[in-house]
Design a protein around this ligand. Sequence first.
Ligand code: SF4
Ligand code: ZN
Ligand code: ZN
Length: 304
Amino acid sequence: MKCRVCRGEAVIDVRRHNANFCAPHFLHHCEEQVAKTIADFEMMSHGERVLVAVSGGKDSLGLWDLLLRLGYAADGFSIGLGIEGYSDESSEFARQFAKERGVTLVEVDLVDDYGFDVETGARAARRVPCSACGLSKRHLFDKAAIDGGYDVIATGHNLDDEAAVLFGNVLRWNTEYLARQRPVLPARPGFPRKVKPLVRLGEREMAAYCVLRGIDYQVEECPMAEGNRHLGYKDALNAIEVQSPGSKHAFYFGFLDKVAPVFDEEAEAEKEALGRCVRCGAPSAGEVCSFCRLVERAAKGRRT
Ligand code: SF4
Ligand code: ZN
Ligand code: ZN
């Protein structure tokens, strides 16, 4: 197997691009893909302050590393979710990364700062754990970026993630979610701009990137993810990709190109509908936002 660029010994094949790469040229390929994504979707510029949502996994740490290598002023943000056998380890990987590079990691802890962990919060609010977790993460990322004066939040969603979410939303025709599924969500009052610079890179490429760059990351998946529909969609798409390399890319980028504009009106309408949470001031459809309601229910759940 020869590197497409230098004809030296290749260490990875990327079937989607019909190409093999040696280690240095693979790392260069990843940087190029991210730089191209940032430029194509006008995600951010070099003078801006970026907050990277860091879980301690390969995607978020790989993204943080890539943005630093591309010269962006990127700090990390991690949330202690209180998930046993997972959260402490994840935070440790994020701290180690920051320490080794002398970069800033902003941390918030659900238990210490808000008095509940994902599991008890979910139970009290009668939500599934991933729903309580997702809404907490979104709220706290937005808050951290706004409080810290960051221009943009970057998340490590890769091509596999985005194609699987799209697949699920199309299967159920969740048009409200389809309207929001973009690699860039522009800023609006109370929400910073959000970008996904890894949408051109797959899961396997991100794992290889971290290994080749010597980045230690949390390999274990969150125990709550088990049985998650999303994982089933990933498996289905992986089976299709084996038969027909490039399908995920064509599915996702075809959507952005040909279908997403259909939902522009729906996305606009949603923007206008929001007021402010009377407790925390965050944008909210109701008087009290869903995060404040979750905090309240978790506190009640603890007392009973
Ligand atoms: Fe949160 Fe669910 Fe992801 Fe675990 S799998 S980190 S509970 S969203
Ligand atoms: Zn090479
Ligand atoms: Zn609130």
